[in-house]
Design a binder for this molecule. Structure first.
Ligand SMILES: Nc1ncnc2c1ncn2[C@@H]1O[C@H](COP(=O)(O)OP(=O)(O)O)[C@@H](O)[C@H]1O
Ligand SMILES: CC(C)(COP(=O)(O)O)[C@@H](O)C(=O)NCCC(=O)O
Ligand SMILES: [K+]
Length: 259
């Protein structure tokens, strides 16, 4: 069985695969202090409710938080006796290499999203990931990541308003009934919701103009469905895109005799 681990700046998701068959996934808050032993206790407790044993013989990791990787590596070697592939490291092969300025370290989550989206949707894509940051990853004709856009994430923006303005409360993101808010909470919700609709629409439009070709927009991340309520911004929403990409990159490395 394969264990895929996707560490974002907010959450870490673990998924288990038997060949191409997805078996289960679990989410834990990202914390670089979490030890290998803690991960294992957590994983083995969750697996008790499943119809399979935790019989892992391969691992692949994508982490936007570099400090977390050490303990995840220890988890893989101590408990599963495997050496994990770590996306972004030179010994982890990608089907197509990114084309960006030399010296640029692209977020591994963006590389993984690119691979997952190209496999499902083919060339010329914009992948929008609503994570801690909202990222737009542009996929070329051959499936290469060729750059994109990084904007502050939805919850990060809400938090920043609350932190920086003494009279603004913390609010949760939602689609407001009207644009013109008649109380503080409604005003903030409107600013975030309509602001992000405009941001996504504007950035996608500019990318399309710059590329001068039709491009499909694929959205992922927990908040993607919120921005899909009748606005026609996305061609598809796939919350398993990163995990699909991780599984493909693992299989590609195996096919190439790597790891
Ligand atoms: N279904 C959801 N509803 C509301 N907020 C969500 C949902 N899923 C994720 N979030 C929030 O969106 C932000 C990004 O989450 P996530 O996609 O896990 O980020 P990352 O991949 O950067 O760790 C976090 O603040 C998280 O709490
Ligand atoms: C842009 C990101 C912070 C997004 O991370 P996330 O929101 O998934 O936690 C991450 O992909 C990153 O740290 N990237 C490095 C710079 C780059 O991709 O160009
Ligand atoms: K992201």
């Amino acid at each position: 069985m394969l264990l895929c681990i996707d560490t974002g700046n907010t959450n870490t998701v673990f998924s288990i695969w038997n060949g191409e068959r997805f078996l289960a996934h679990w989410r834990i808050a990202t914390d670089h202090r979490r030890t290998a032993d803690e991960y294992f206790v957590w994983l083995s407790t969750l697996i008790e409710g499943q119809k399979f044993d935790l019989d892992i013989d391969a691992c692949i990791i994508s982490s936007t938080a570099p400090r977390v990787v050490f303990n995840l590596r220890v988890l893989c070697s101590r408990y599963f006796d495997t050496r994990p592939l770590v996306v972004g490291k030179p010994d982890c092969l990608l089907p197509v290499n990114p084309r960006v300025d030399s010296g640029t370290v692209v977020g591994p989550d963006r590389l993984v999203n690119t691979v997952g989206a190209f496999d499902r949707h083919g060339p010329d894509l914009i992948v929008v990931d609503f994570g801690t940051a909202t990222t737009f990853d542009v996929v070329d004709m051959d499936g290469a990541y060729i750059g994109g856009v990084i904007a502050p994430g939805v919850n990060l923006s809400l938090e920043a308003l609350h932190m920086g303005a003494a009279s603004l409360p913390h609010v949760d993101v939602t689609m407001p009934a009207k644009v013109i808010g008649t109380n503080t909470v409604a005003c903030i919700q409107s600013g975030i919701f309509w602001g992000y609709i405009g941001l996504v629409d504007g950035v996608v439009g500019q990318i399309r103009a710059e590329r001068a070709r039709p491009m499909k927009v694929i959205a992922t991340g927990g908040l993607a469905p919120l921005f899909d309520q009748g606005f026609d911004l996305f061609d598809a929403i796939e919350d398993d895109l990163t995990m699909h990409g991780l599984r493909l990159i693992h299989d590609y490395n195996k096919e190439m005799g790597n790891g």
